[in-house]
Design a binder for this molecule. Structure first.
Ligand SMILES: C[C@@](CO)(OP(=O)(O)O)[C@H](O)COP(=O)(O)OP(=O)(O)OC[C@H]1O[C@@H](n2ccc(N)nc2=O)[C@H](O)[C@@H]1O
Ligand SMILES: Nc1ncnc2c1ncn2[C@@H]1O[C@H](COP(=O)(O)OP(=O)(O)O)[C@@H](O)[C@H]1O
Length: 335
């Protein structure tokens, strides 16, 4: 893609967007180890206090240069949109891909791309790209898969598009515009989440532990769960600076709640069955719903203990994942 000639002459700058090779980002499942609804804003959004961690389970986003037909240099046939500077095409694959459409108004990846593009200078120099989403996480399920995808898309595009990146503060503001859960998904690190999701603080140091995620296959809409919740508020939790073992972590978490769990169980009663099955799984230390559901999680002493319990939990139509927490390399996004 070249700059329009007048603009190229005016700016005297490089006229070709940088061609980038395939880039990859993983978008990990977010788990709310507890979730207190502490209040409500005048606009109806709820104030939350939550300890958020990330599982090793996740979607994968790959970014490729947009395809062109070599003999003409024109955009790929049937994908005219993909040749324009800053254009982002999206292909969706993976076991849960069929539940999503690559639509610019609804898909959080394309919405993230549009928001970032509007933020950057020199959009003529943004290489057209194609993102491939491998959708491994169930959709609308309380583990923030869409939010994690949006955050991963922002990270990918910041790597792919040269120019002045937004400051971290601005990036977080863009993230919360996409959804309350998106800011915490930017770094994918354990965090104490406050406000409506935009206030992030340090989590207690966590012990290594095992984790199981179970989704019964019924999508649960977040707004409906917030609407159905009992109208009381819970104060923020008092947490230690560190949990040295799983027993200490589970003891403290057991005294806390997910304030959306009862409402989600009313909307989707199968969640109660999932929780009963998890509570009786060998080695389970704590079972609870994540976010607005329907996915539930169980904590185990080790990832292997979680994997060993998988067969006792599997039911037809249920998604069952077992492993550990996501342990990222230092990947804070800064500008
Ligand atoms: C409940 C949580 C807890 O982590 O997780 P999920 O169930 O989505 O995984 C999140 O706060 C969800 O975040 P996210 O899914 O990004 O929410 P948004 O798209 O911003 O909002 C969807 C709707 O949920 C309600 N909502 C969301 C967040 C919040 N703090 N208060 C709210 O009342 C609002 O009705 C809003 O219209
Ligand atoms: N890339 C995406 N992955 C998942 N959901 C998406 C995506 N883009 C848009 N959505 C929409 O976002 C909503 C929330 O999805 P998700 O983040 O998976 O669930 P939750 O907010 O319950 O954790 C769903 O209604 C879904 O249709």
């Amino acid at each position: 893609m070249t700059c329009p000639p007048a603009r190229a002459a005016r700016t005297g700058r490089r006229t070709e967007p940088t061609v980038i090779g395939p880039l990859h980002e993983s978008a990990h499942a977010k788990i709310n180890l507890y979730l207190h609804v502490t209040g409500r804003r005048p606009d109806g959004y709820h104030l939350l206090d939550s300890l958020v961690v990330f599982a090793d389970a996740g979607d994968v986003l790959s970014l490729h240069p947009a395809q062109r037909r070599p003999e003409t240099g024109r955009p790929e046939i049937g994908r005219p949109e993909i040749g324009r500077p800053g254009a982002v095409g999206l292909d969706i694959t993976g076991p849960f891909g069929a539940g999503l459409v690559a639509d610019g108004d609804s898909n959080l990846i394309l919405r993230a791309a549009r928001l970032l593009r509007a933020e950057l200078d020199d959009t003529d120099l943004l290489a057209p790209v194609r993102i491939v989403l491998e959708k491994n996480l169930p959709v609308a399920s309380g583990i923030g898969g869409g939010s994690a995808d949006a955050a991963a898309a922002l990270r990918l595009l910041l790597r792919a598009w040269p120019g002045r990146a937004p400051t971290r503060e601005r990036l977080m503001a863009l993230a919360v515009e996409l959804g309350a859960d998106v800011p915490v998904c930017i770094d994918q690190l354990p965090a104490r989440m406050g406000g409506v999701g935009e206030r992030l603080g340090p989590a207690p140091a966590l012990p290594a532990c095992g984790l199981m995620l179970v989704n019964c296959g019924e999508a649960v809409a977040t707004p409906a769960v917030f609407r159905a919740r009992a109208p009381h508020f819970t104060p923020p939790a008092a947490l230690p600076a560190a949990w040295h073992d799983v027993a200490a972590m589970v003891r403290d978490l057991a005294a806390l709640t997910n304030d959306l769990q009862d409402a989600a169980c009313m909307i989707c009663p199968t969640i109660r069955t999932v929780l009963q099955v998890l509570e009786t799984a060998p080695g389970c230390r704590l079972a609870r719903m994540s976010g607005s559901g329907a996915t539930c999680f169980a904590l185990f002493d080790t990832p292997q203990a979680a994997r060993d319990a998988r067969d006792a939990v599997r039911r037809p139509g249920w998604w069952v994942w077992a492993g550990g927490l996501h342990a990222p390399a230092d990947q804070r996004v800064t500008a």
